[in-house]
Ligand binder design. Sequence first.
Ligand code: FEO
Length: 179
Amino acid sequence: MISKIVEKAINEQITKEEDSSRLYLSMASWAERNGFPGAANWLYVQAEEERVHMLKLVHYLNDREGAAIIPALEAPVSKFKSLLEVFHEVLKHEEFISASINDLFAACNKEKDFSSANYLQWYITEQIEEEHNARNILDQIKLAGTHEGGMFLMDKEFASMASAKRASLAQSGGANAVT
Ligand code: FEO
């Protein structure tokens, strides 16, 4: 049985992961409409990944005899000035999620819920990768912006990163992998 404090904190994280998924979906749609099909593809896969993050927590909470509540959400931002701005926002958002996971981990430890803290280790490791990827892409976009044709080549690079990302998501079982 999970404590009410941990249940509430995990439900808040469920909201944030679902919010992340919708934010990236909105960014993907913007990129698709603005001539960045590769970046759009990457962002669509990222949106799927965030949904998996949300689902894992839903199942975990219900398995521990808590109650996972699916939240109502506000519409995500849908207008951006550039792809550079999109990825600035991606990085900022991932840093926010990392801080949130750290707070959740601390709350579980404070409640002596070491099972939940242990479960959250996966998210802590995942956030290292998420931040690294966002930083890396942001650096590449900055560099591409200084070369003629750079953004065109960057979008091709996005397409191959998206394929690798989709393959990795499928290999991990995607939404079917969550227990
Ligand atoms: Fe689920 Fe990108 O944090």
